[in-house]
Design a protein around this ligand. Structure first.
Ligand code: ATP
Ligand code: MG
Length: 405
């Protein structure tokens, strides 16, 4: 039986329209190579484009399951472990039979094996002398003959919809590939095709899920976290490092900007009305993030806010917060229920870390009756009492930058 020595990768069509196609494909190939080199070294001979697909040639005898790490490469819509066959129809027939025969039930009827099959040929090489339907018929007929030889009274038949065994054939360029399974990928767009953004990562449940959604759309994401050390424990920082580490599997070399926030909080507590505190914490976080974004070319900020989830997340308050900056603020979770966010966080593996206890830099000084419908003129008036620029500069001077591992 031919060994599965290739992986055929399919990617989305929408992103490929227009002049972006090459850029998209090259980024996807680079991300695949980078992932394999990092996590499964010496595992491939090449990764290259082949007629609307990406082809990986596997090295040695690494089990297929190891390659499922490719499930965190956005842009992959599905993949198949494939064997190379031949465009010679007689050789192709034999290889298909060899690939399929184990899957049929031993006596044409045991419970475990397949009883129905189909052949699904596709040819991107339009010079091939047979059209797809002719390939299906010729190979299908051959398989039925083989089955009749093997069993006196075969109960196996062709079934076009939902067969037990579906043997795919792809005639691409000068090659022919055969495989039985299409494994769904994560979808989305290759990370790095959508610019870069800075995600405000708190250590809670929501913000890692928010970052995930932007990574999925091809945006490279780095992280910023505000902490109140030494007044709080380093727990939130440790959590953020771990969370960024988990999200790092979708890209690599993520950066984390760690910003001391305690002095700013003190100033806010002294200078602005109690009910506006949270709004000011967030405004200052946004302003600091925007400063970094300007210097490091981030195109947007990302937060884990969801409309109505907590007092600071009413539309009025979001408006009062976002007014502090000019940079676009992306809130991919804005329409999600908490339960949906929790499910996503579980899915991506961040939930267990997010629920570990930590001193939230803001939870300590949350007012009893926070403003839920902030008025912009009141906010602006209150801000006049603070030396915002000086505070931001002081914080940025003490900033630490680390990389996620
Ligand atoms: P999360 O679960 O992400 O903490 P949350 O529902 O607790 O979100 P808030 O605490 O109101 O919401 O924070 C709203 C958003 O502000 C967060 O999702 C995050 O993007 C950002 N944020 C809050 N605190 C911090 C922090 N200490 N450092 C960085 N970003 C923060
Ligand atoms: Mg929070």
């Amino acid at each position: 039986m031919p060994h599965n020595s290739y992986i055929l990768i399919r990617y989305g069509e929408i992103a490929l329209k227009g002049g972006n196609r090459r850029f998209f494909e090259e980024k996807l190939i680079a991300n695949i190579k980078e992932k394999l080199n990092r996590e499964l070294p010496e595992s491939f001979e090449f990764v290259r484009r082949i007629s609307g697909r990406i082809l990986i040639k596997i090295k040695g005898n690494i089990p297929n399951s190891k390659f499922l790490i490719l499930n965190s490469i956005f842009g992959i819509h599905s993949l198949s472990f494939a064997s190379e066959s031949s465009q010679d129809i007689n050789k192709l027939k034999k290889d298909c039979w060899n690939l399929m025969k184990e899957k049929f039930s031993a006596k044409g009827g045991s419970a475990s094996g397949g009883k129905t099959f189909r052949i699904t040929a596709q040819r991107s090489n339009k010079n091939y002398p047979l059209i797809s339907q002719e390939i299906n018929e010729k190979i299908g007929k051959y398989i039925l003959t083989k089955l009749r030889h093997r069993m006196s009274k075969s109960k196996v038949c062709v079934k076009l919809t939902d067969p037990d065994i579906n043997c795919h054939i792809e005639i691409i360029e000068k090659c022919a590939f055969i495989y039985l399974e299409k494994i769904p990928g994560p979808g989305g767009m290759p990370v790095g095709t959508g610019g870069k953004a800075l995600a405000l990562l708190s250590g809670g449940i929501d913000s890692p899920a928010a970052a995930y959604y932007l990574l999925k759309r091809g945006v490279r994401v780095d992280f910023i976290h505000f902490h109140s050390m030494p007044y709080t424990s380093p727990a939130s920082v440790e959590k953020v490092k771990k969370l960024a580490g988990i999200l790092n599997k979708y890209q690599s070399n993520s950066k984390i900007f760690l910003i001391p926030f305690a002095d700013i909080q003190k100033e806010i507590m002294m200078k602005v009305p109690e009910k506006l505190r949270v709004i000011f914490y967030r405004r200052l976080m946004m302003k600091i993030a925007e400063e970094i974004a300007k210097k490091e070319n981030y195109l947007a900020l990302i937060t884990g806010e969801s409309v109505g989830q907590v007092a600071s997340q009413t539309l009025e308050n979001m408006k009062a917060i976002e007014d502090a900056v000019k940079i676009p603020v992306l809130r991919p979770l804005c329409g999600f229920d908490k339960e949906e966010i929790i499910n996503k966080a579980r899915d991506i593996g961040t939930y267990a870390i997010s629920i570990l206890p930590h001193d939230d830099c803001c939870a300590r000084f949350v007012p009893k009756h926070p403003e839920i419908r902030a008025k912009l003129n009141e906010v602006k008036q209150a801000e006049k009492n603070m030396e915002v620029k000086k505070l931001i500069k002081k914080s940025l001077d003490k900033m630490e930058i680390i990389s996620a591992i």
